[in-house]
Design a protein around this ligand. Structure first.
Ligand code: NAD
Length: 493
């Protein structure tokens, strides 16, 4: 493990940028917080302080919602073309700030700079352009005369003010998925980022203020329990778009339901990865290793729960071990780093606790112990022998940890895959097309990959089945979530 801190210049850039946060970003400018309380932001690679953000009160959240409500009507009155143009302008500004976004996101969230530069930033910019364009071609039932002498007209309208609550594992990508879908369809937004990862969202809001009307996109900082809850409950918020854990999602859903408003919930996952004995094992293990350690496994679709045909179990474990041992774990600013730290000491403790609680038959065959030294690092880990009812199999781990369980019959693999409370994503590796089709049809998951894992595009929907969520993010369906359909009937007589 390489814990050397490699580039103080880029880290200094983040420290400098962090000083900009002097309050909440409301109505297109910084509004000082009067809460008297702050949240310290740490660098996960070093454990040192990057800066602090306000721990906002419910009143400060309310001020942001009032601003968003005041700005929404004129934004909604713009044509789809005008809104699209403004959002494309913001995408252009984001691209001009590619390097600053990359460094802020890498250091603040603890992501390898290579992953941000080569992958996430491109996905983020592409998502911006997708939402800006797709919002101009939204479908609706055909207008027409469905009753004699009466014309029906369909009108797709925005919902109003959207509360966006984002997690720390993809701060920028999640902000963009929510803010762009909401703004493109004529809503305004108040966003509360996760407590540990504010900075890429701050940059997005600052750039937005250059091209969007003041007040259509506001950012408030603070705790989930106070600021997040106040935002979800505010009577002028029309809908809540949340990504995070099931437990918090349930609270957010209840808060929204209290006000009889919509909630779009993208929650946790615990992805099964079924590997048949007829699969190309080397190709499968390449995809699985990469898909399990990406973002240090803090990925709701992580390739974490392997269900492997018993005849190839030993080969699969050895092959996975070999691949995981090759990854460089270390400072996110080292371009050679493939696996960064966990996002927080708290998240690392959660993973450690799950490993400490393993049942007597479970065995850690790789990793499993946090290294000495600064930062919140945790090594790639493989666990064999865990039973289907063990917590490590049933619950999302959210770390670079794989469980490997054997199966014999196809039906057994499907049963094991389907028997947790989650339903976000799954994958199946086989060279038999008939088997691939049978298995993917039987899996209760919103996304199923065949002979791959963890590939995305903004054009394609993400929906959680089971307790993994309600509603859809991305794709045309994701845009429609932020609209309502009005039916107008005109009597011709
Ligand atoms: P979390 O649920 O703790 O927090 C998410 C956000 O909710 C944060 O901004 C937090 O401040 C806020 N929050 C907390 N309590 C709140 C409350 N009572 N009311 C309103 N807001 C509140 O989740 P996390 O630990 O930040 O993120 C990790 C989780 O998110 C994992 O479980 C992961 O699987 C899930 N996730 C899901 C997806 C998806 O698309 N399905 C994507 C990314 C992450």
């Amino acid at each position: 493990m390489n814990h050397q801190i490699v580039d103080q210049k880029e880290r200094s850039l983040v420290l400098e940028y962090a000083k900009k946060v002097t309050g909440n970003f409301i109505g297109g400018h910084w509004v000082p917080s009067k809460s008297g309380s702050t949240i310290e932001i740490l660098d996960p690679s070093t454990g040192r302080t990057l800066g602090e953000v306000p721990n906002s009160t419910a009143d400060e959240v309310a001020a942001a919602v009032e601003n968003a409500a005041a700005a929404q009507h004129s934004w909604a009155a713009k044509t789809p073309s005008q809104r699209s143009k403004a959002l494309l302008d913001l995408a252009r500004l984001a691209e001009e700030n590619f390097e600053l976004f990359s460094v802020l996101e890498a250091v603040d969230a603890g992501k390898p700079i290579s992953a941000v530069r080569d992958d996430e930033m491109h996905g983020t910019l592409d998502a911006m352009r997708f939402f800006a364009g797709a919002s101009r071609t939204l479908p609706a039932p055909a207008s027409g005369d469905y009753l004699e002498g009466v014309s029906s007209v369909m009108r797709r309208e925005p919902l109003g003010v959207i509360a966006a609550i984002t997690p720390w594992n993809y701060p920028l990508l999640q902000a963009v998925a929510k803010v762009y879908a909401a703004l493109a369809t004529g809503n305004s937004v108040v966003l509360k980022p996760a407590e540990t990862t504010p900075y890429s969202t701050v940059l997005l809001a600052e750039l937005a203020a250059q091209v969007l009307p003041a007040g259509v996109f506001n950012v408030v900082f603070g705790s989930g329990a106070v600021a997040g809850d106040a935002l979800a409950r505010h009577p002028k918020v029309a809908a809540v778009s949340f990504t995070g854990s099931i437990e918090t999602g349930r609270k957010v859903g209840i808060a929204a339901a209290d006000g009889v408003k919509k909630s779009i919930l993208e929650l946790g996952g615990n992805s099964p990865v079924i590997v048949f004995d007829d699969a190309d094992l080397d190709a499968a293990l390449d995809a699985i290793a990469a898909g399990g350690v990406y973002n240090t496994g803090q990925e709701c679709m992580s390739a974490s729960r392997l269900i492997v045909h018993s005849s190839i179990l030993d080969r699969a474990v050895e092959g996975l071990k070999a691949r995981l041992s090759e990854y460089q774990v270390g400072d996110v600013l080292d371009p050679g780093t493939a696996i960064g730290p966990m996002n927080s000491a708290e998240q690392r403790s959660r993973v450690e606790a799950k490993i400490a609680a393993l049942g007597p038959d479970a065995k850690v065959v790789l990793g499993g112990v946090s290294p000495e030294g600064d930062g919140f690092f945790f090594p790639p880990t493989i666990i064999t022998g865990a039973g289907q009812h063990d917590e490590i199999v049933q619950e999302e781990i959210f770390g670079p940890v794989f469980t490997v369980q054997p199966f014999d019959a196809e039906s057994e693999a499907i049963t094991m895959a389907n028997s947790t409370r989650y339903g976000l994503a799954a994958s199946v590796f086989t060279s038999n097309v008939g088997r691939a089709t049978r298995v993917q049809n039987a899996l209760n998951f919103g996304t199923v990959w065949v002979n791959n894992h963890l590939v995305f595009a903004a054009d394609l929907p993400v929906s959680g089945f089971g307790q993994s969520g309600i509603g859809t993010e991305n794709a045309e369906l994701g845009l429609l979530e932020y609209t309502r359909l009005k039916h107008i009937m005109i009597d011709q007589r």
